[in-house]
Design a protein around this ligand. Structure first.
Ligand SMILES: NC(=O)C1=CN([C@@H]2O[C@H](COP(=O)(O)OP(=O)(O)OC[C@H]3O[C@@H](n4cnc5c(N)ncnc54)[C@H](OP(=O)(O)O)[C@@H]3O)[C@@H](O)[C@H]2O)C=CC1
Ligand SMILES: Nc1c(N[C@@H]2O[C@H](COP(=O)(O)O)[C@@H](O)[C@H]2O)[nH]c(=O)[nH]c1=O
Ligand SMILES: [Zn+2]
Length: 356
């Protein structure tokens, strides 16, 4: 009784959907390119089962939550809360909405509709047709935010774009010239390790031609656990030869070029683009074709600035180191952004900002 007066029905829905979001966030990176979803089974205002999406190819959140309920008979009197609409298609696993119907769960509360064309309302309809009471749209924005990569990919037909660079105290990303073909490090080793963690999390990393020529980057995950991302680089006129690390074929790599004489081999894919006409849209179409849901643009300035100028970015992660360079290659200039969070990593500052 006391609980009833304390929490309205809507507040209770929001409470359980926020728990779904918490659960979903535990599966984000392993589930990609699938969304990560959280599900909670509630009986008489008590959580009796929970689950989130297994690593890619494994069971979805709903079967995991349903399987965790000890007394399966209680499912017939329970409500299933889920952050994303239960699927209605046969993918790597059978449709989750069929399982809800089979288990005779009478009520389902959904955070948001699935933007994926094969589902997109069909899961809701199928359950309603079978007599399940379905409520849709609880903490909708938060549920979409919890799967921001997936929603960007399906709604905008492009990956979620993260800009990332390190700049000196006085706003440079590198000296003008240097003797070695190695990166000039501005951020510290802990920041570098964090970037390797990001490499294990996001699906791809992209660099411009000059960055490959100056730094000979590997773009691999060496200082963190997990797989390396897909590497993407620009090479309009075929300047990057096979001596560069990025062409060592150890990791799937996509070279975007105008040179049609270049022929793809295993792990090194050439994609052709017209560099004189709306290059960025062509890059995004190529990434979409390769099912790349998230990408980090690593630099350099010219490449980053072209994404900024085209307003094609979703997040920027900017390190500022202690170094003062005096002169050099100026860092990209961001306009119209909201400052979100600042972190200290010893003598580095990491700023994460979002477009306005
Ligand atoms: N501190 C940091 O975080 C980072 C520093 N760096 C540093 O940055 C420097 C390189 O930066 P920068 O000189 O700006 O070069 P980029 O790495 O951005 O490469 C620029 C080249 O890429 C191609 N390109 C990029 N964008 C476009 C576009 N929109 N349209 C057409 N062509 C494009 C062009 O090659 P082409 O003319 O052949 O067609 C262009 O000359 C290096 O010194 C590197 O060490 C790099 C990454 C991160
Ligand atoms: N200099 C600089 C960065 N440089 C970026 O890292 C790339 C090198 O990757 P790898 O060869 O795998 O170690 C390099 O080409 C450039 O894109 N990154 C940072 O976080 N901080 C820095 O100070
Ligand atoms: Zn499913």
């Amino acid at each position: 009784m006391f609980k009833d007066t304390l929490l309205s029905i809507l507040e209770r829905h929001e409470l359980y959907i926020s728990r779904c979001i918490q659960l979903a966030l535990q599966g984000t990176y392993a589930a990609m390119p699938n969304p990560s979803v959280g599900a909670v089974v509630v009986h008489n205002d008590r959580i009796i089962g929970e689950g989130f999406t297994s690593p890619y190819g494994g069971p979805h959140a709903e079967p995991n939550a349903i399987a965790s309920v000890k007394n399966q008979e209680l499912l017939k009197e329970s409500t299933l809360y889920v952050s994303l609409e239960p699927c209605s298609h046969f993918g790597k696993t059978p449709p989750c909405c069929d399982l809800v119907i089979e288990k005779q769960i009478p009520k389902v509360v959904i955070g948001t509709v699935d933007p994926f064309a094969k589902v997109c309302g069909r899961g809701i309809q199928k359950m309603r047709d079978a007599g399940v009471e379905v409520i849709v749209g609880v903490l909708e924005k938060e549920c979409q935010e919890s799967n921001k990569r997936f929603f960007t990919f399906h709604n905008k037909k492009r990956p979620y774009i993260i800009l990332k660079w390190a700049e000196s105290q006085d706003g440079f990303i590198a000296p003008i010239t240097r003797d070695t073909h190695r990166p000039f490090w501005i951020s510290n080793t802990y920041s570098k390790q964090l970037v390797h963690k990001w490499r294990s999390e996001e699906m791809a990393f992209l660099v411009g031609t000059q960055t490959v020529l100056s730094d000979n980057p590997s773009l691999t995950t060496r200082d963190w656990y997990g797989d390396s991302p897909i590497r993407v680089f620009l090479d309009r006129s075929g300047k990057i030869d096979h001596t560069f690390c990025i062409k060592d074929k150890t990791v799937k790599t996509i070279c975007i070029t105008a040179d049609q004489s270049l022929v793809s081999t295993e792990n090194l894919v050439y994609e052709y683009a017209d560099f004189t006409n709306n290059l960025l849209q062509q890059i995004l179409d190529i990434l979409y074709k390769h099912n790349i849901m998230s990408i980090v643009i690593e630099g350099g300035t010219q490449t980053l600035q072209s994404f900024i100028n085209a307003k094609l970015w979703d997040e920027a992660r900017i390190f500022t180191g202690e170094t003062i360079l005096g002169n050099g290659i100026a860092a990209p200039v961001l306009t119209e952004f909201d400052n979100a969070v600042k972190h200290r990593i010893l003598d580095n500052e990491l700023r994460i900002v979002y477009p306005k």
